[in-house]
Design a protein around this ligand. Sequence first.
Ligand code: HEC
Ligand code: HEC
Length: 167
Amino acid sequence: MRNLAVLFLPLILVAACNQNMEAVSTGERLEDAPRPAVSTAPPFALAADGEPEVPPFVKAFFMHTWVEALYSVPANGNPNPEWVSPLLDPVDGRVVCTDCHVSGLVDFSRIPKQRLPMVDDFENDHEFMAALMKKWVGRLNSTEFGARAKLADAVTCLTCHESNPDP
Ligand code: HEC
Ligand code: HEC
């Protein structure tokens, strides 16, 4: 737990600073901002435009399940029954956090998988999940990042989902 706090402190501080700066520049007060869609989001996670911002550790949980879904049956609601690993080498050639997270500021490979209560709320937020997955799959397939070279073929939503998860 202590390690986790140390890891996320810079992220949280950055978020908090950004928010304060916004608040000063627009004169907007947090109390006046619309309620976030997910009511359990803490105040620091509220961006100045009122859109809920998701704490990094929640996204980290999903990142872990997706990386796992590249080498083992996906843990989503309706996994593709004919799922096969899209990796060239699902044992020794797995995608790792730092294939996509290349900034040296935070070592993403050290962020643990933790199912904290807030994870449940976002897991059931279809729009949030679909949007995050699109960004993630986009980066997975992009030759600008290290993960693409580990794939036998580009990944689509149907690699892991039985039916289109975002019709
Ligand atoms: C295929 C590329 C890819 C891989 C692999 C990946 N991520 Fe991510 N990650 C992303 C993208 C894209 C985002 C940005 C999502 C967004 O903007 O909402 C992100 C966002 C995050 C965030 C939120 C950062 C923030 O500032 O809010 C965390 C934390 C994170 N990833 C952790 C991990 C961890 C831990 C792993 C390894 C288990 C991992 N990621 C693997 C693509 C990836
Ligand atoms: C590499 C496998 C993989 C790919 C590719 C993938 N998903 Fe997922 N998806 C998952 C996993 C695993 C979960 C469950 C995450 C969790 O709850 O921890 C999930 C969950 C979801 C959910 C939440 C509902 C549910 O079934 O749990 C939505 C919505 C979703 N994905 C949309 C998409 C969309 C849209 C795409 C294509 C842009 C996509 N996914 C591509 C593995 C994948």
